[in-house]
Design a protein around this ligand. Sequence first.
Ligand code: ZN
Length: 136
Amino acid sequence: MNDVKVMNKGDKFAHATVGSLHGFEGKLFVKDATGATSCEMSFGKLPTGAAVPFFHSHKENEENYIILSGAGKFQVNEEVFDIAEGSVIRVSTNCDRNLKCTSAEPITYICIQAKEGSLGNYTMTDAEITERENLL
Ligand code: ZN
């Protein structure tokens, strides 16, 4: 079973890891390890034939699921659709959701939960190119 480990931390950053996703099982939340203030993030893995053991809904936060490996079905209220590696699924507030792995390979996914409607500026409308000595 993997744990979330803080690897590096500074005034302006935190680096955490859940380790190898190949051996990873279950669900791990990482917000507390990184100190994220804008979203909660979790890694999840479902073995073949498994679904999350409950449906759930969020009052204020939308969720964005990123499927890293495997394939299966995703259900939002009464709608069901196929998902696979590379799928990105956004789910709004106030609806029920679940996913199930139907592939021989487990589904590994990331879920990012953030306040619905909170994104204002992003990418190049929020970023600016800065001058810095490259130490990499
Ligand atoms: Zn959720």
